[in-house]
Design a protein around this ligand. Structure first.
Ligand SMILES: CC/C=C\C/C=C\C/C=C\C=C\CC(=O)SCCNC(=O)CCNC(=O)[C@H](O)C(C)(C)COP(=O)(O)OP(=O)(O)OC[C@H]1O[C@@H](n2cnc3c(N)ncnc32)[C@H](O)[C@@H]1OP(=O)(O)O
Length: 303
């Protein structure tokens, strides 16, 4: 995160309507806002819109990086900083992640950030990917992914790193870690996240084939927790969040940390080696050729 902050991207402002914020029973936070008639604080960085309702403690982060919410360096940086800001904000207790783009939750990492660039760029990019995952997977507050469209690779990672996944029940949508289809390899912490979500055997098949699942198949293997009609996705996510908010924060948070910290620690212990691995892997001629071919196929709508 320090690296993210050092990059000097400007902070998102949530406005100044919150004048008192204090803890109450069960670790819940109450917020009084006497100067503002509204309890909503909105902010829109260029790629993510954040809407925090301090009367409920629920924030919605809406990805808005057209056309497909691909996660480039700027998006990843804004995402990490936005999460950090909400984590520090006592009036926020849970975050819903969703997309402003029709039909797409996120197309995953921006392939153009991994193609034809310098080793220095790859290094900076991969550190930003790590920062985002470390922040989200180890997040102290509740996160619910409202997956309102397709969610390949990095998009699936973001979904799996959330505490609960609700997907729009549209048979045209797909979710999964499809890296091998691009000729690349999901790093160990993508793999760990999937193993923790769907188990070892399903991950073996998923990763090797680069499987993309329909919503109903994703539900069957436990990759998502619930399917809902598309138009209900945000209201369902909000209702679900309300149930999670009934649990005392400190107890939920310690339980989450107990389950996830070993996985987070594995990457923390080897961040530099992981970056070095990524840079040497992605810069290989054969890998660049594979990515070039995949990009051409994408442009020709053959993927
Ligand atoms: C030993 C190991 C050591 C270290 C680890 C090494 C390597 C690990 C490396 C990386 C891990 C990467 C994880 C990733 O996230 S890779 C990204 C994978 N993503 C995909 O495969 C998604 C591809 N996209 C699609 O399938 C579709 O675009 C779609 C379903 C998301 C949307 O379909 P649509 O029909 O609605 O839209 P399109 O016309 O296809 O796309 C519009 C536009 O956007 C461009 N685009 C799509 N996805 C991406 C992307 N991920 N990055 C960059 N650009 C993307 C697409 O080309 C179109 O562009 P044009 O309009 O034609 O210019």
């Amino acid at each position: 995160m320090a690296a993210v902050l050092r990059r000097g991207i400007k902070f998102i402002s949530f406005g100044s309507s919150q004048v008192f914020s204090g803890g109450c029973k069960h670790g819940k936070t109450s917020t009084l806002s006497s100067f503002s008639s509204s309890n909503r604080n909105s902010s829109s960085s260029s790629k993510i819109k954040v809407d925090l309702d301090s009367s409920t403690g629920i924030a919605v982060m809406k990805f808005q990086n057209p056309p497909v919410n691909s996660m480039n360096l700027e998006f990843l940086t804004e995402f990490s900083i936005g999460l950090e800001k909400l984590e520090l904000d006592k009036s926020c207790r849970g975050v819903i992640l969703t997309s402003a783009q029709p039909k797409i939750f996120s197309a995953g990492l921006d392939i153009l950030d991994m193609y034809g660039k310098t080793p220095e760029h790859y290094e900076e990019f991969w550190r930003a990917v790590q920062d985002m995952w470390l922040k989200l997977y180890g997040y102290s507050k509740i996160t619910i992914a409202a997956i309102n469209g397709s969610s390949p690779a990095g998009g699936c990672l973001v979904s799996m790193a959330s505490d609960y996944r609700i997907m729009a029940d549209n048979p045209r949508y797909r979710i999964g870690l499809n890296e091998t289809q691009l000729g690349i390899v999901a790093p160990f912490w993508f793999k760990d996240t999937m193993v923790n979500t769907v188990g070892h055997r399903t991950t073996e098949l998923s990763l090797q084939f680069g499987l993309m699942y329909s919503p109903s198949d994703a539900l069957k293997i436990g990759l998502v927790d619930q399917l809902v009609p598309e138009e209900n996705i945000l209201s369902t996510a909000t209702e679900t969040m309300t149930k999670w908010l009934d649990i005392p924060d400190h107890a939920r948070e310690i339980s989450k940390s107990m389950l996830r910290k070993p996985t987070v620690d594995r990457l923390l212990a080897s961040r530099d080696a992981d970056i070095k691995n990524f840079v040497s892997f992605i810069a290989k001629d054969s890998i660049q050729k594979s990515l070039g071919l995949y990009l051409t196929m994408l442009k020709q709508r053959k993927v």
